[in-house]
Ligand binder design. Structure first.
Ligand SMILES: [Zn+2]
Length: 233
């Protein structure tokens, strides 16, 4: 099903991959370290691609196919903010949230037989919604908390400061004031509620005294500048 979605999505007219070897290598390297450090089992390999889209977003399809949008790379202020969002997305996958959210949505919207047919109109509709930045799946509050918790644990194990996940909410808040259209998709699928922020604050408290965690790197800013020049910003 993930592969069918990938085909439909990447074949879409408005869907453009950045396809820059240096940027792809960086994203796959940092994401790979998070996946290695993930406390949960993975039953499939992950692949990351960068999509030219100014919306601040990253998303995963069933089966470990992940996309980071250029809007997220240019919006993040530090490496640990970018890694925080990637870790959160990866955690939705490793926790099996897509499967459950998809099953719920399917039960509500259509009959099971239609979804698993490769010619399914559901697939095309889902791909179109993802490509337009509306996202496909909404996660429950419990799933958001679980993804945050697993993301914080993976960041700590991989050596990044989980404070990045928290800092990203401040960055989102600033963008909201300046260019609210850029974050609609992200906020509709992953609401930045006060409760969610408070829960993350409690999770990262124990890491506050550690000085060995990475918050930022020159490599991130090099890649960010490269993305900006490639997309002409
Ligand atoms: Zn989420």
């Amino acid at each position: 099903m993930g592969l069918t979605l990938v085909g439909e999505l990447e074949g879409g007219e408005d869907f453009v991959l950045l396809s820059d070897p240096e940027v792809d290598a960086y994203i796959n390297e940092v994401a790979g370290r998070i996946i290695q450090a993930s406390p949960l089992q993975r039953s499939f390999p992950f692949t990351f691609k960068v999509v030219v889209n100014d919306q601040v977003n990253a998303f995963a399809l069933p089966g470990g196919f992940c996309y980071v949008q250029t809007g997220l790379i240019t919006a993040a202020e530090t490496e640990s903010e970018l890694v925080g969002v990637i870790a959160h997305e990866v955690s939705h996958v490793t926790c099996g949230h897509h499967r459950r959210a998809l099953a719920n949505q399917v039960l509500i919207q259509t009959a099971e037989g239609i979804v698993f047919n490769e010619e399914s109109p559901f697939i095309a509709v889902a791909a179109a919604r993802i490509a337009s930045g509306l996202g496909m799946l909404r996660f429950s509050r419990t799933q958001e908390s679980e993804a945050d918790r697993v993301a914080v644990e993976a960041m700590l194990r991989a050596g990044w400061n989980p404070r990045g996940l928290r800092d990203f909410f401040e960055t989102l808040h600033e963008i909201e004031g300046r260019e609210p259209g850029r974050i609609e998709g992200l906020l509709s699928t992953h609401p930045a509620t006060t409760q969610r922020i408070a829960e993350i604050d409690a999770m990262i408290e124990s890491a506050a005294s550690r000085s060995d965690l990475i918050s930022d790197t020159p490599q991130f800013h090099f890649v960010q500048a490269r993305v900006e020049s490639l997309i002409g910003q």
